[in-house]
Design a binder for this molecule. Structure first.
Ligand SMILES: Nc1ncnc2c1ncn2[C@@H]1O[C@H](COP(=O)(O)OP(=O)(O)OP(=O)(O)O)[C@@H](O)[C@H]1O
Ligand SMILES: [Mg+2]
Length: 408
């Protein structure tokens, strides 16, 4: 039983993890929805969709999408286990150019998963994320390391095509607060099921949602200490600023898409919803499909599908509330935290009251909480009134600059 089939079976038995978290509301440019286009044998439609995606995202159509042309040539998309074509990376990124991305074969992926004991470490709408281990001497130039293998399950028709989008974006990104793409695997046998996976740096500290709220199996959590919570948000703000400087809109900022390393540094994962932003940057673009997560998504964007960099700022505001107050983005009664925080009842309450019961016993800095909640509220205003990335960064830098005096 291959790891794909194994995983698909687990997925069918267990449901697809936090699949109800994200949504794809509608296809606003009227091109066909992705699912059926990836049916086996529907090659022409498949190509059509890739070109549409390429046009909308302004990314080159990967040659490996276009059938068998690359097979055996050792380029991206072939099964020969060579380096992907570095020319695809943008010019002018010399100093911060990402490492070349590797193309893995199926036996290699199986070996990498076996080495780590075939353990699932996460799941989402696309499928399962597995622990992997690249052993010493695996391939010339590649050091031994732990990796995470994100499998795109062919059963998840609505998200199967996001592999291309996520891979193309990650290939161009190089930032300490963004997960590093090590390589990928793609196979489309004539007589079998298409298989896709990404090989990522393994960030072993769990995702921010489970670190704040726990999981069904492990509901008890140790509250993340105050300074760390502020630092995590600062890390996310840095990653967002980097993306926005590249005119990318991330579109699905939420606690479950942030993973932590052992030092509690935050890294952003999951670039399937990322799109190129509008030009000039402070305008809007009609998004190809409205993607996001209830509670985190700018209501105006959710309604009209018009995206700008500001929709990430809105989600960042919600994330700040979630991390600082320990409250869920949507209450059990279905109320948005972003709406509640600006309601009369909440505005007049002391901030101490807003902290979740889980967080109340954990020490915090009242002044810092106050200024950060004020910043979060600004992020939730209408688009034109939201703070810029630099204003957000400055707020965090100011707080951090005062820390040494506090610790004296
Ligand atoms: N590189 C990684 N290292 C460690 N854990 C990871 C890594 N990538 C993903 N995960 C874990 O797997 C989970 C799912 O990953 P990801 O968000 O990329 O999947 P998805 O299917 O695209 O999710 P969504 O449901 O948000 O669309 C994450 O929430 C995280 O817990
Ligand atoms: Mg995710």
């Amino acid at each position: 039983m291959t790891w794909f089939i194994h995983s698909a079976l687990i997925g069918m038995l267990a449901g697809s993890g936090n699949s109800n978290e994200s949504f794809v509301v509608a296809d606003r440019v009227g091109h066909p929805t992705p699912g059926p286009l990836f049916n086996e044998g529907d090659q022409e439609n498949n190509l059509l969709d890739k070109r549409t995606l390429s046009r909308v995202l302004r990314i080159p159509v990967c040659r490996s999408w276009c059938g068998q042309a690359d097979k055996g040539k050792g380029r991206a998309g072939s099964s020969t286990g060579m380096l992907a074509d570095p020319k695809k990376q943008k010019a002018g990124e010399t100093s911060e150019q990402p490492d070349p991305v590797l193309v893995f074969t199926e036996p290699e992926i199986i070996h990498i998963l076996d080495q780590a004991g075939n353990v699932v470490i996460g799941s989402g709408r696309s499928g399962r994320v597995w622990a992997g281990l690249i052993p010493d001497g695996f391939r010339g130039g590649l050091s031994a390391q732990q990796v995470a293998v994100k499998e795109y399950s062919f059963r998840e028709l609505k998200t199967f095509h996001l592999w291309e989008i996520e891979r193309e974006h990650l290939m161009k990104l190089n930032h300490p607060n963004i997960v590093r793409l090590i390589g990928y695997f793609h196979d489309k046998p004539h007589d079998g099921q298409e298989k896709k996976a990404l090989v990522l740096e393994h960030v072993p500290g769990g995702n921010l949602k489970e670190r704040i709220f726990g999981t069904e199996e492990r509901p008890e959590v140790v509250p993340i200490e105050w300074d760390k919570r502020v630092d995590i948000l600062h890390d996310v703000a840095k990653a967002m600023t980097y993306l926005h400087e590249k005119n990318l809109i991330y579109r699905d900022l939420k606690a479950v898409n942030i993973v932590l390393d052992p030092e509690m540094n935050a890294k952003l994962v999951d670039f399937g919803a990322t799109i190129d932003g509008p030009r000039p940057p402070n305008t809007f673009i009609q998004a190809p499909e409205t993607m996001g997560t209830p509670g985190y998504t700018d209501p105006s964007y959710r309604k009209k599908g018009r995206a700008s960099i500001g929709i990430d700022t809105y989600s960042f505001g919600v994330l700040m509330l979630v991390v600082l107050l320990g409250r869920k983005p949507i209450s059990r009664k279905g109320k948005d935290l972003a709406v509640k925080i600006n309601g009369k009842k909440y505005k007049s309450r002391a901030l101490d009251f807003l902290l979740s019961k889980k967080l109340r016993p954990s020490p915090y800095q009242p002044k810092e909480l106050q200024s950060l909640i004020a910043l979060a509220r600004r992020c939730l205003r209408k688009a034109s009134k939201r703070p810029s990335d630099n204003e957000i960064l400055k707020e965090f830098q100011d707080i951090q600059a005062l820390r040494p005096a506090r610790h004296r």
